[in-house]
Design a protein around this ligand. Structure first.
Ligand SMILES: [Zn+2]
Ligand SMILES: [Zn+2]
Length: 271
């Protein structure tokens, strides 16, 4: 009760929220970087979707824009906490309030809603009148690394962050359910930008290909600029006919490379 009475110090909460977002990003992107660009860059090289590594200056640019995005995420995080405190969201405190079935279902709903938000705002940001202001920065990475996951212009960072308070307004979510959803979103986002295809070759021969997205899909988006707008799932791209025409062929090419072929001659890796 005492906590509820404490005045809301927006600056203090923003600083706390920004530090939290930074640590989470450093941990997830840092681990992906260490694995894919240091420890296993040779033994995993045959699965590197674009078979070369970007220049150090590209990586520093991604880190610089990510730092800017983290400030925006920190601000939106503080605004979200304020909204929760004011009772403007449907965040609930007691685990049993909506039952365990809803606890898990709410995570699934958040994932489906976030995916739709990403697909449609992404397509909108590719509109020629909006691209320059919103999305150009993210597309400076033609061969992205884990650090590209937050490399946005401030306007795009705002679009990407707004879905989180919106979700809490739209659906009742327990704090732990929201936490698990956040874990899912950052894992998927970082995995999609790390540049390695980890799905087995048979994936594209199963109906899973209609549902789940792959790192190949998003890396091709960075490489080609057009097509493959989806995030977690592939069904929006399939329904709207926006998958890149070479998507499945490219996935087949990446996943059928022999391990020994390319790992003998990795080209100019960073570091
Ligand atoms: Zn794009
Ligand atoms: Zn991207």
């Amino acid at each position: 009760m005492l906590l509820a009475l404490k005045p809301f110090n927006f600056l203090e909460v923003t600083v706390g929220s920004t530090v939290g977002v930074s640590l989470r990003y450093l941990l997830f992107a840092g681990v992906a970087w260490l694995l894919g660009y240091l420890f296993f860059k040779r033994s995993w090289f045959h699965r590197k979707i674009i078979a070369k590594f970007p220049k150090a200056q590209d990586v520093w640019r991604e880190i610089g824009y990510s730092a800017l995005s983290i400030l925006i995420f920190g601000l939106v995080g503080a605004a979200t906490l304020y909204a929760v405190r004011q009772g403007w969201t449907q965040k609930y405190a007691k685990m049993g309030q909506f039952g365990m079935l809803w606890f898990w279902l709410s995570i699934g709903c958040a994932v489906v809603i976030h995916d739709a938000w990403f697909y449609w705002t992404h397509r909108l940001m590719h509109h020629r009148k909006l691209f320059r202001w919103f999305h150009r920065v993210h597309h400076l990475s033609h061969n992205p690394t884990p650090w590209a996951a937050y490399a946005f212009s401030p306007l795009e960072a705002l679009v990407q962050a707004l879905i989180f308070p919106l979700l809490l307004i739209i659906i009742p979510m327990h704090l732990y359910a929201f936490g698990l959803f956040m874990l899912w979103q950052i894992t998927f986002n970082i995995a999609g930008h790390t540049g390695y295809e980890f799905h087995p070759r048979w994936f594209m021969r199963t109906p899973l290909k209609y549902i789940m997205n792959t790192p190949t899909n998003h890396i091709m988006h960075h490489e080609k600029m057009r097509g493959n707008y989806g995030l977690y799932f592939n069904y929006w791209d399939r329904l709207m006919g926006t998958n890149h025409e070479e998507y499945e062929t490219r996935f087949g090419e990446v996943t059928s490379r022999e391990k020994t072929e390319i790992s003998k001659s990795p080209s100019t890796p960073v570091g």
